[in-house]
Ligand binder design. Structure first.
Ligand code: PNS
Length: 164
């Protein structure tokens, strides 16, 4: 049976940690739909369309990856796509409480849905999009944390005039 998994997140921006999870996911699932969503509590640096475009640049013609933008409830999106698996990365124990709460709530909202957790390589366990943005905003070195195309986008964002 060919299983399609939904990998939702803010991806503001996508990092090597996310990319590591996606690679692992492709070893298990036939197709992964990367769903760029807005986290209600976070103000994003990039628009959802920019985030989608940045991910598409990385995956190019990879037929088993699709990138999409969705505003609304994750369970509604999963249903809409005819899927029933959500993939989430678990980096450290402190991620667990929030992730478990979301997984349980999503399962309550839609009993068909299973959340599968995957662990990235240890070197990405302390990596987050928020830290990358902070380091990039001060001109720090992020070379080993994001692809070159993402680094270029971050530099452009932080070097742009305030209302650009
Ligand atoms: O990368 P993030 O910010 O940790 O991703 C969180 C995200 C976007 C997956 C989560 O906030 C989400 O699912 N948002 C969509 C709205 C929703 O369904 N909320 C209820 C979750 S139980």
């Amino acid at each position: 049976m060919e299983i399609t998994a939904i990998y939702p997140g803010s991806f503001d921006p996508i990092t090597n940690g996310h990319i590591d999870i996606i690679s692992r996911g492709l070893n298990i699932f036939h197709k992964i739909i990367i769903a760029v969503m807005n986290h209600p509590g976070k103000k994003s640096l990039f628009t959802a369309e920019e985030r989608k475009e940045m991910i598409e640049e990385i995956y190019g013609d990879e037929a088993r990856i699709e990138v999409d933008v969705f505003k609304g409830l994750l369970v509604d999106y999963v249903e809409q796509r005819g899927a029933n698996v959500i993939v989430r990365g678990l980096r450290v124990v402190s991620d667990f409480e929030y992730e478990m709460q979301m997984a349980q709530m999503n399962r309550k909202l839609d009993t068909r849905i299973e959340t599968v957790f995957m662990m990235p390589r240890e070197i990405y366990s302390y990596l987050s999009s928020s830290l990358i943005k902070e380091i990039a905003s001060y001109g720090g070195n992020i070379d080993c944390f994001v692809p070159k195309s993402i680094k270029t986008r971050l530099e452009a964002k932080f070097n742009a005039p305030p209302d650009a």
